[in-house]
Design a protein around this ligand. Structure first.
Ligand SMILES: [Zn+2]
Ligand SMILES: [Zn+2]
Length: 469
């Protein structure tokens, strides 16, 4: 199948091994290292006040304004934002550099180590527990990307593979300084609801931004900043919408069409209830469950309003469920009514433990999302198992994403192996047009990167046909 032939990700065999050992995500297994690994994927959002701290950009801003050619301005702007991590004016970035120097690896040393001691590395693939690293720490900063990438200038010079990723790291460096520069961030001023007759085009980010009038997103950098957040609500919207890009080109399987038709019938009912009092009194909200929620639960409500705007007449209740689920503002508040049609509910705990508070389930109103869950990761697989079993019993549609091709392939393989006769596929694994455009690098191995929600797939507990024979 073409999905498994993807090669766009830069993971080599050895870095895939590293990825596998590093990227455990699980509802129960709160790994210290993945939090560290993809700290930016998890916690830091431009909405946190600390992220906006302390760095004055007045000097370069005035310089930019004095230059006339927009391309020169842009170049100058990016150049000014770049800093080696050890010389960053932002404390958090300085600390990140130190963390990489203390816990990271030198790729050249690591490859030498793996050649000498292949066994622990082999074992790491099976168990998910990292192989001990015997090399030197990366104390040498690459002058081009500013990250501490190698143990010495010599190993940096000898490592031609680094050049493949260096430009991406430089971009990540510049993006991070930009987000924390203290400048006003107009790209996060999202557009309000639109007139009912204007339908958002959900083909990809460009068409969405254009048809939804995201006029403040003027360059790729702004798009990277906002898609890191919007990937979550928009992926949900794009899946659930009657104008889903997955309907075009028949990405949904026939079982997928069946499940989505049920949900669309409810969405249609909500539309009709606007002019039908009787109907309005009996409709139930569409319930969207986000399982294993971490950073998704911490985004401000305005991010989820964008989902609400894609389904303008639908009453939505979003349930964030997970042991690390904390609401964005008030940690004691479990329910936030964002608008008359959008309610956010926060449920700290494991889905299979909390299930009694959500029953009964209804495939016409309920849909589940698991963002980058890692259900196939050796360290997470067992803790997801009881949740998956309960989910399959509900017969509701379940959609999940992966943050890299190997990550997705591993999750899909596990589901296919362990639940072969128990599930129907609704959406074959495919690239998600609403992936985060920002690459997140693993701090303990900069060769590895992830993009939240890069791929998406859907499944559901098998529906047994009533045989007429
Ligand atoms: Zn080295
Ligand atoms: Zn570099």
């Amino acid at each position: 199948m073409s999905f498994f032939a993807f090669t766009r990700n830069t993971l080599t065999a050895s870095s895939k091994r590293e990825a596998i050992r590093l990227l455990a995500k699980s509802p129960t297994y709160s790994l210290r290292s993945p939090a560290l690994v993809f700290s930016s994927l998890k916690r830091s959002t431009p909405f946190s006040t600390s992220a906006r701290a302390s760095y004055s950009v007045k000097s370069w801003f005035s310089k930019i304004l004095s230059s006339k050619d927009p391309k020169t301005q842009e170049k100058q702007h990016l150049k000014e934002l770049f800093h080696p991590l050890s010389k960053s004016p932002i404390k958090a970035i300085l600390e990140k550099g130190k963390m990489i120097q203390t816990h990271g690896i030198c790729p050249v040393c690591a490859e030498e180590d793996a050649k000498k001691n292949p066994e622990p590395y082999q074992k790491a693939i099976e168990t998910g527990i990292p192989a001990p690293y015997h090399g030197h720490r990366p104390v040498f900063e690459c002058p081009d990307c500013g990250y501490p990438t190698h143990c010495s200038e010599e190993h940096w010079r000898n490592d031609h593979k680094h050049k493949e990723i260096c430009a991406e790291l430089r971009m990540a460096n510049i993006d991070e300084h930009d987000l924390r520069s203290g400048r006003r961030l107009p790209e996060f001023e999202f557009p309000p609801a639109q007139a009912a007759e204007i339908v958002a085009n959900l083909s990809n980010w460009d068409t969405l931004f254009y048809t939804r009038n995201f006029s403040t997103i003027r360059n790729d950098q702004a798009a990277r900043h906002v898609t890191k957040i919007l990937t979550y609500p928009i992926t949900i919207g794009a899946t659930l919408s009657p104008f889903s890009p997955f309907t075009v080109g028949k990405s949904f399987t026939s079982e997928g069409v069946r499940s989505m038709t049920a949900l669309h019938a409810t969405i249609r009912e909500h539309e009709l209830s606007k002019s039908d009092q009787g109907l309005a009194s009996i409709i139930k909200p569409v319930r969207i469950f986000i399982l294993g929620a971490r950073s998704e639960a911490m985004f401000p409500a305005l991010a989820y309003l964008q989902l609400s705007h894609l389904l303008p007449n639908t009453m939505l209740n979003i349930y964030f469920v997970g042991p690390e689920c904390i609401p964005s503002k008030d940690q004691t508040q479990n329910t936030i009514a964002v608008s008359s049609r959008l309610v956010l509910k926060y449920n700290k705990g494991l889905f299979h433990d909390l299930i009694w508070s959500f029953v009964p389930f209804d495939p016409y109103t309920d849909i589940f999302f698991m963002f980058n869950p890692g259900v196939g990761h050796p360290l997470a697989r067992d803790s997801w198992a009881p949740t998956i079993s309960k989910l399959l019993e509900t017969k509701c549609a379940i959609f999940a994403t992966g943050f890299s091709h190997p990550d997705t392939a591993e999750d899909v393989r596990t589901l296919k192996e362990n639940y072969k006769d128990k599930l129907d596929w609704l959406l074959e694994p495919r690239e998600n047009p609403f992936t985060s455009l920002k690459k997140d690098f693993a701090l303990n191995d900069l060769r590895i990167w992830a993009q939240a929600n890069m791929n998406i797939y859907g499944f559901r507990g098998k529906l047994y046909e009533i045989s007429s024979k």
